[in-house]
Design a binder for this molecule. Structure first.
Ligand code: AMP
Ligand code: GLY
Length: 425
């Protein structure tokens, strides 16, 4: 098959690595890709929001399957545009990607179908939100309705913080139109776990669990980022938690979407919080997590193309989804300063170490890199995701941190405590 992946981050590199391993793949393209993906796919300089150019390219190259990895094009309706052009595509249509695209939609869905989540209110105007916040209990959580690069969530400890949050989201439009509506949510406490799943419209098969580290600094300090590292599986995702989620969350979500006339085909990412009252949904995403994909996909035993095709064709019930009995840890190497201002364009050395090490379970997924003058240079906030597998989490973590030393670039920054929580398990 000829396959096109849309996107160009660490997640897409992990997807590309799995697709490249598939016996079904004859030719792999990626738009726009990055310098790491370019080692296993032909990268084409088409932007992820240039739907017409992506459709024309897929037609011209007779692409058999397009895989859409990113939230913006999914929520914007790329899958619909490609399907209308007669192209086979893996990912939810626009009317289903709204599960991620609108937090108000997802909260209303959960309420209607009794899926456990934090209590909430939705506001269309700042006046009503401010009045509500005068008596709401603290801390309180404010969420911009739409996509905001993972930054549209504010946890407010005081009323003043909440008032200024409403102002910046709804009046100053810090996140643009994403702030036209506001979800105000009850604050919950507990451990966070991510569970990714394949969905074919009616059947859902969950993957092994993972856990992200969103804050920039060690000990969960500093600003929120896209994710500084992950580990899989999560020792806190017990059989009891899994049984609860299977009974109340996973299938219930898929059935709810189908009942609403929005059948979901693709990946549903469940962001869960394990509260004292049981697991609650924090958020849904309509795609693989980044960097969750970098620890989950290297552990998957199935041929990913077979599984994706089953999702498109409604045949996922025939798939026996299996993962290795091992563990994986991913440490993100970032540009110093991220998630605020940072410099880029610095040459990266040591990448060649990974070439012969992949069979041994060491992976270097590129996030923000590009080729320049025959070298690979830094080209983003998150630069590389260094992943290693191991027989258990401790070994995987030791191996991942060992491998972070093989690469260097100026202003290289990483957290030193990825997976530290496993010591408490
Ligand atoms: P979200 O994008 O909805 O996952 O929110 C981003 C992060 O904000 C989550 O990973 C949590 O750490 C935190 N968060 C979101 N909602 C809540 C909540 N209701 N209570 C406590 N923390 C939350
Ligand atoms: N790592 C969180 C996300 O991909 O949304």
């Amino acid at each position: 098959m000829k396959i096109l992946i849309v996107g160009g981050g660490g997640r897409e590199h992990a997807i590309a690595a799995s697709v490249a391993k598939s016996k079904r793949t004859e030719k792999l393209y990626c738009a726009p890709g990055n310098a790491g993906i370019a080692q296993i796919a032909e990268c084409v300089p088409i932007g992820v929001m240039d739907f017409d150019a992506l459709a024309s390219f897929a037609k011209e190259k007779e692409i058999d399957l397009v895989i859409v990895g990113m939230d913006d094009p999914l929520v914007g309706g790329l899958v619909d545009v490609l399907e209308q052009a007669g192209i086979r595509v893996f990912g939810p249509r626009k009317n289903a990607a709204i599960l991620e695209g609108s937090k108000a939609f997802s909260k209303e869905l959960m309420k209607k179908y009794n899926i456990p989540t934090a209590a909430y209110e939705i506001f269309d105007s700042p006046g009503k939100a401010l009045a509500y916040l005068e008596t709401a209990s603290l801390p309180v959580v404010l969420k911009a309705d739409g996509l905001a690069l993972g930054k549209g969530v504010l946890i407010c400890n005081t009323r003043e913080e909440a008032y200024s949050g409403v102002k910046s989201i709804m009046e100053e439009k810090q996140f643009g139109d994403a702030g036209n509506r506001l979800v105000v949510e009850e604050f919950m406490t507990g451990r966070e776990v991510s569970v990714l799943s394949f969905v074919d419209g009616k059947t859902i098969k969950t993957m092994t669990s993972a856990q992200d580290h969103k804050r920039a600094g060690d000990g969960d300090t500093g600003l929120n980022t896209g994710g500084m590292g992950t580990f899989s599986p999560s020792p806190f995702y017990t059989e009891e938690v899994d049984a609860f989620c299977k009974a109340h969350i996973y299938q219930a979500t898929v059935d709810a979407m189908a009942a609403e006339g929005r059948p979901f085909h693709g990946i549903i990412f469940f962001g869960l919080m394990l509260t004292e009252q049981g697991p609650r949904v924090l958020e849904y995403n309509a795609r693989f997590g980044d960097p969750e994909a970098q620890v989950v996909l290297p552990r998957m035993k199935n041929d990913i193309v077979d599984v994706m095709e089953a999702c498109i064709d409604g045949k996922l019930d025939q798939v026996d989804l299996q993962f290795e009995e091992n563990a994986a840890v991913c440490v993100v190497l970032a540009s110093g300063g991220y998630p605020l201002a940072y410099e880029k364009g610095y040459p990266i050395s040591g990448l060649e170490h990974f070439r012969e090490k992949e069979a041994d379970g060491y992976f270097c997924f590129h996030a923000g890199t590009k080729a320049a003058d025959g070298r690979i240079v830094t080209n983003g906030g998150r630069v590389l995701g260094i992943t290693a597998t191991g027989k258990d989490l401790k070994q995987a973590r030791a191996r991942a941190y060992e491998a972070t030393q093989w690469v260097s670039f100026e202003k290289k920054y990483m957290r030193h405590d990825i997976g530290k929580a496993i010591d408490e398990a």
